[in-house]
Design a protein around this ligand. Structure first.
Ligand SMILES: NC(=O)c1ccc[n+]([C@@H]2O[C@H](COP(=O)([O-])OP(=O)(O)OC[C@H]3O[C@@H](n4cnc5c(N)ncnc54)[C@H](O)[C@@H]3O)[C@@H](O)[C@H]2O)c1
Length: 363
């Protein structure tokens, strides 16, 4: 890879202007590192709606039309339904543009390889963004785990509860393609939203050597199958074990500015613990990070624990990265493949009765 950093603002296009654009755009607003030159979506209404944010940007119904227009673009922010990721990303890389792709990367290892090959063939960067890696309480959690303040890490768990009430509106069109994903065995809990949890696990404690899972099914409507209750367990190569439990509390109201997802991370150390109390929603309205050690509890009351800020910071990091070109991408295409392997290992384990699966051995 012979990446040449830019010495000017990068020219960017958004491809996909749906629900999550509302948060991804935060990295681009008032950012001198970028000039938004184009907006792409087949939906005319969406184009008109988003044009208000970027009156100077040209709009197109497809990326092919943008490429044919001759407008100069350096990088694209890809916010498409998952099933389109592989074809679209390969096409965009072929146009000679760097790609910042929303998670999950794609549905299969073959699709992932196609995308990595396209990046290599075109000498372009493929980043798979994960905003959770930019959520300040999780950053602090990682720092605490590495600092020794709670002793040696002896294990950790994550919890995720999807609730039926509260949060922002999600248009039916944004949900429709998720239902297709469910039919492909890539559900919204373990695969789509779960991708973040699996990413944080690898980011916190490194490569995974074994995964065991018991993934249930809750049918909430025709063709709408939620992968709960689910329990995933794994062991990192360094011997640390993690557990993640997923449930649905259908009638629970959860205060949230975004999706109704109540989440926690808790790391146990040999002399204390550190816990992130919430992320997407505002379930536990206590300090978002608490650290206990040596008989004392430290509570963090002033972190930027608005989940939306993690999108802003992830986007800014990427647009700055294009000027520097070194340091971790948070997250590279290859690292995203490790997350995909983690998810696929969980599905395989569950299908086989919960046996241990080494993600590296999946083909
Ligand atoms: N990081 C997160 O927490 C988070 C949260 C929600 C969604 N996502 C991810 O973001 C992506 C988009 O999700 P969403 O909820 O915004 O979906 P959405 O359905 O609301 O938006 C997708 C948009 O893509 C457009 N589109 C479809 N085909 C297109 C094409 N060929 N070219 C250009 N545009 C096209 C649609 O018209 C729509 O406006 C998915 O990968 C999803 O998993 C991530």
């Amino acid at each position: 890879m012979t990446f040449v950093p830019y010495d000017r603002p990068v020219r960017a296009a958004f491809v996909g202007l749906g629900r999550i654009y509302d948060l991804n755009v935060r990295g681009y607003i008032d950012n001198p590192d970028v000039e938004v030159v184009a907006l792409v979506d087949p939906n005319e209404e969406r184009r008109a709606q988003r044009q208000a944010d970027w009156p100077g940007a040209a709009t197109f119904a497809s990326a092919a039309e943008l490429a044919a227009s001759g407008l100069q673009v350096d990088t694209v922010e890809v916010l498409l339904p998952i099933v389109l990721h592989a074809d679209a990303v390969a096409e965009l890389l072929d146009f000679g543009w760097h790609v910042n792709l929303q998670k999950p990367m794609c549905n299969s290892l073959a699709e992932a390889q196609r995308m990595l090959d396209a990046a290599t063939a075109n000498d372009r960067i493929l980043r798979v963004m994960d905003n959770y890696l930019f959520y300040e309480p999780l950053h602090r959690l990682k720092a605490v785990a590495e600092s020794g303040d709670i002793g040696n890490v002896v294990g950790y768990h994550m919890k995720m509860v999807g609730t039926g009430n509260g949060g922002w509106d999600v248009p039916w069109s944004s949900f429709e393609w998720q239902i297709d994903q469910m039919k492909r065995g890539r559900g919204i809990m373990v695969f789509d939203d779960g991708w973040h949890k699996l990413t944080t696990a690898i980011w916190l404690f490194g490569p995974i050597r074994e995964v065991r899972a018991w993934i249930g099914n809750l049918a909430v409507g025709p063709g709408i199958d939620l992968e709960t209750p689910a329990t995933l367990m794994w062991e990192h190569e360094n011997g640390i074990r993690g557990v993640w439990d997923i449930t649905i509390a259908m009638d629970m109201y959860l205060r949230s500015d975004y999706y109704t997802n109540d989440e926690r991370w808790e790391i146990t150390g040999s002399k204390g613990f550190a816990r992130v109390n919430r992320c997407t929603g505002r379930g536990i309205q206590q300090p978002s990070l608490e650290i206990y050690a040596d008989g004392e509890m430290r509570s963090y009351h002033a972190l930027d624990d608005d989940w939306g800020s993690s999108f802003r910071d992830s986007g800014r990091y990427w647009l700055r990265w294009l000027h520097a070109g070194d340091g971790p991408l948070l997250w590279s295409g290859q690292e995203a493949v490790d997350v995909l392997r983690f998810a696929l290992a969980a599905y395989e384990s569950s299908a086989k009765g919960g046996i241990g699966v080494d993600p590296a051995l999946l083909t």
